[in-house]
Design a protein around this ligand. Structure first.
Ligand code: SF4
Ligand code: SF4
Ligand SMILES: [Zn+2]
Length: 325
């Protein structure tokens, strides 16, 4: 089998799966009866021909080729549908922005940054006692590890250590440009903490954070610290999200949250921070909210409609009606 798709090049393809033969083996494969790719399965299959009657081997080879061709065609079709959906969503987002700009002559396109933001869960329900027990157990385990360390500087391995640099970078940016923080806060409020879903019953709290709490509150014992965290859990929380996530946001005061929580921003917001710094200006955000911010990573049959749109500045979040006309 040969591939002549690239002009001027003739590439040998694997006789089983149809993938290209590795470049270094092309010359050798040119005279081989069964050119092969690197796959262990393709090589093993061709190896079996020594123990099979020739016509049976040929029939099995043909069957496998057909299967691979069908599979490839399904994959290509899926990739085409994903690309088409990515392009369609981009077109819809741009069209929504164009409509807003038409109705707001005071806004120039260059003054507005289009951003697709995710959507957090919304269903509120009483916290099941099992979740409180899980959280208590987690806090007690983290506390026991924190009490083993004399100080935070003695902690060399901790999940929250990885966020120290991000935290400093964000703090520097927000100090230089406080509007950037204000816009980010508005966007996170609109999103309702999609990134908090993975906070589960641990809220990213680790020995480092508990050690810091013990050092900052010398009058409190370990049990008091655990009790303080438990007392912050609201009676009703967002189902399927972090135990501290409520309809009005995180119920944990900022100084009790993990560094992960205090430092993390999703890619759309981080890109906005970078773009604003490069441009030396904090632009108004036209936020388009969808369940998933990038359709390229989801199944092409999963719905990803526009859930809401808003114009966001440091001072205000203006939700836009569904039909702006
Ligand atoms: S960082 Fe991103 S995902 Fe997290 S709350 Fe803010 S907008 Fe939502
Ligand atoms: S503690 Fe708060 S900020 Fe952190 S994951 Fe939970 S809800 Fe989100
Ligand atoms: Zn192969």
């Amino acid at each position: 089998m040969v591939d002549v798709t690239a002009p001027g090049s003739v590439k040998l393809l694997c006789c089983v799966c149809g993938e290209p033969v590795p470049a270094l083996q092309q010359r050798e494969a040119a005279t081989a009866e069964f050119p092969l790719c690197r796959s262990f399965d393709c090589n093993r299959f061709v190896e079996q021909r020594r123990s099979l009657p020739a016509n049976l081997f040929r029939a099995q080879l043909e069957f496998l080729r057909t299967q691979f061709r069908e599979l490839k065609s399904i994959q290509q079709d899926r990739e085409r549908r994903i690309s088409a959906r990515v392009a369609e969503e981009e077109r819809q987002n741009q069209q929504l922005l164009d409509t807003v700009l038409e109705h707001r002559p005071a806004l120039a396109e260059g003054d507005v940054q289009l951003m697709v933001i995710p959507a957090g869960r919304t269903h509120v329900a009483p916290v099941p006692p099992q979740r409180i027990d899980n959280y208590r157990t987690h806090l007690q385990e983290m506390l026991a590890a924190a009490e083993e360390c004399i100080s935070t500087s003695a902690i060399a391995e901790d999940r929250n250590l990885h966020y120290e640099k991000d935290f400093e970078r964000n703090s520097d940016r927000f100090q230089r440009t406080p509007e950037l923080q204000a816009v980010s806060n508005q966007l996170c409020a609109m999103c309702r903490g999609a990134c908090c879903s993975s906070g589960g019953d641990h809220a990213y709290l680790s020995p480092l954070i508990l050690r810091r709490m013990l050092d900052a509150n010398p009058e409190l014992g370990g049990d008091d610290i655990v009790a303080r965290y438990l007392s912050c859990v609201a009676a009703e929380t967002i189902e399927g999200s972090c135990i501290n996530q409520t309809a009005t946001g995180c119920s944990l005061p900022r100084d009790m949250r993990s560094d992960t929580c205090n430092a993390y921003f999703c890619d759309p917001i981080l890109n906005y921070h970078r773009d604003s710094e490069d441009a030396g200006a904090v632009r108004t955000v036209f936020a388009v909210q969808r369940e998933n911010t990038f359709a390229g990573t989801i199944d092409p049959d999963t719905a990803n409609d526009v859930l809401a749109t808003a114009l966001v500045t440091a001072r205000r979040l203006e939700r836009l009606p569904e039909n702006i006309d």
